[in-house]
Design a protein around this ligand. Structure first.
Ligand SMILES: Nc1ncnc2c1ncn2[C@@H]1O[C@H](COP(=O)(O)OP(=O)(O)OP(=O)(O)O)[C@@H](O)[C@H]1O
Ligand SMILES: [Mg+2]
Length: 502
């Protein structure tokens, strides 16, 4: 088993009127660690999905080790040794690692000899640079371990060319480095060829030897990483040196308390306490950043504040009034919320962009003059404005939101939530999957909201983001607040130790 070369020649793919790919050609050398860069909606995911047989390209040829191959279905890609790892996990959460691996094989025997399979897998793990516990249900693994599991499964299935689509989005920088450096070793040993889609220049510089940039469905170029710096990569991506949005933090002292969380306890999906006796206050004009490694209760906290989960005990207040996150309360108190995985948690996938942008206001004027009738024209008009202001790439307001690229779904939901002039803004990993220009823009808008007096709860796994934006920082560990510090005088070392539970 050794690393193959892969050449994609003349790939084109249209979705209706949109040319998602226009005559794109890329050559990936055997054993390369090849980055695929581009703005949100540039066509990165479309290109690799065509190569893997998930999408039928309108045109395009594939050479594997110099030989022409046809890939009309992911099964054929798998047979040829091509595998794909996504941003979101695909292992089945309530099965163990062993069960997941065995059952994902192309041919699963009718009767499985689990003892033999376990031995086989243990032997296999003795040859891999990292392992994951075999008998743990995947749901109980930390994000980094899950992503390692996804990669190990690809190796177990004897894939020797891996395409990774934003694989580190859910990982902390340390976890990302660990996963990427082990993959790097495998490419250096010529056991693997890697294509990675990422928005993080840091990872490109540290791990990738070659960079290909797409812009609006066309190929801009392929270059060795050593010939590029961040500014050059950024310019290849967006085409011009844009004035980068900057965060102008207005001098202001926090006002009245907007959100008060008192001794809140919340259970996770299996009934364990995920948030334990947590108290927190956020004032008007203040950003409170919640730092922490994912899986320490942040998700459950945000879901409770957003009305997607019930608290077991404790209380929440907004503007001094009891708050249980019902829709009328959220409207009355002007609460806006961006949860994680917006396509799943904050959108109706089959509805249009305009309908999704109106989700919070479809029963209010102007979309509905009386709360009963629905008027499409004003809804579409609002959507058009938001699409332009937040530069959401979509064929139009009537397109289904599930057809948008990952980053553009995120932008559409941010447009809806950030444009509502809320008094309380709850955002979880707001820049997840966004390209560098969009990151700067969204962060600037969050600070603007704070400057005009909104209280902001910013939950993020990106410590740089927390440090850049927060007036006050708290660290969440094991469901509790481990540390509280003003943002201006924050000690990064102390935050890191608190995140690790020391
Ligand atoms: N199934 C689909 N139906 C309709 N349009 C699609 C579909 N898949 C992708 N597109 C469109 O093709 C374009 C390219 O999308 P793609 O997902 O490849 O972007 P991307 O470079 O991966 O962006 P991101 O960084 O946001 O993930 C986008 O404008 C998107 O809306
Ligand atoms: Mg994508």
């Amino acid at each position: 088993m050794s690393a193959p070369s892969l050449e994609l020649i003349g790939f084109s793919k249209r979705f209706g009127a949109l040319a998602a790919l226009d005559d794109v050609s890329v050559k990936i050398q055997a054993g390369a660690f090849h980055a695929l860069l581009g703005e949100n909606g540039a066509g990165k995911s479309t290109l690799v999905k065509c190569a893997m047989g998930y999408y039928a390209a309108d045109q395009g040829e594939i050479l594997l080790n110099g030989r022409q191959v046809t890939i009309d279905h992911p099964r054929e890609a798998h047979t040829l040794g091509l595998g794909m790892v996504y941003q979101h996990f695909t292992l089945v959460p309530n099965m163990t690692v062993l069960e997941n691996f065995v059952l994902s094989r192309e041919h699963v025997p009718a009767v499985i000899d689990w003892a033999a399979e376990r031995r086989r897998l243990q032997n296999f793990f003795s040859t891999t640079p990292f392992t994951v516990p075999l008998d743990t249900p995947v749901a109980d693994l930390a994000a980094g371990q899950k992503q390692k599991g996804e990669i190990l499964r690809q190796l177990y299935l004897e894939r020797n060319l891996l395409i990774l689509d934003e694989p580190t989005s859910v990982l902390t920088p340390d976890e990302a480095d660990e996963v990427l450096s082990t993959l790097k070793k495998l490419t250096q040993e010529k056991r693997l060829t890697i294509v990675v889609i990422t928005h993080k220049f840091r990872e490109v510089n540290a791990f990738c030897d070659t960079v290909t940039v797409l812009r609006r469905g066309t190929l801009i170029g392929t270059k060795p990483t050593s010939e590029l710096d961040n500014d050059m990569m950024a310019e290849m991506m967006v085409g011009r040196r844009e004035a980068r949005a900057v965060v102008e933090r207005a001098e202001r002292t926090p006002g009245k308390p907007v959100l008060q969380v008192e001794a809140l306890s919340v259970a996770d999906n299996v009934g364990q306490l995920a948030v334990e006796d947590l108290s927190l206050e956020i004032r008007a004009g203040e950003i409170v950043g919640v730092a922490g490694v994912s899986g320490n209760g942040q998700r459950e906290l945000v879901e409770t504040l957003a009305g997607q989960r019930h608290a077991r005990s404790g209380a929440m207040k907004v503007h001094g009034e009891r708050y249980t996150a019902t829709r009328p309360e959220m409207i009355r108190h002007k609460v806006a919320c961006l949860p994680e995985e917006p396509l799943r948690n904050a959108c109706v996938a089959d509805m249009s962009v305009a309908e999704n942008m109106a989700l919070r206001s479809f029963d209010q004027p102007p979309a509905s003059p009386d709360g009963i009738r629905l008027r499409r024209a004003p809804m579409r008009e609002v959507a058009r404005r938001l699409i332009e202001a937040y530069r959401v790439k979509t064929p139009g307001p009537d397109a289904a939101i599930k057809g948008l690229s990952g980053g553009n779904v995120q932008r559409a939901v941010l447009a809806r939530e950030l444009s509502s002039e809320g008094d309380l803004l709850i955002v979880a990993n707001p820049c997840f999957g966004l390209d560098f220009a969009a990151v700067a823009e969204i962060r600037a808008r969050i600070v603007q909201a704070r400057n005009r007096g909104a209280a902001v709860l910013l939950v993020s796994e990106d410590l740089d983001e927390i440090l850049q934006l927060s007036d006050r920082i708290v660290v969440m560990f094991d469901g509790k607040l481990a540390l509280q510090t003003p943002g201006a005088s924050a000690d990064v070392g102390a935050i890191g130790r608190a995140m690790a539970g020391h």
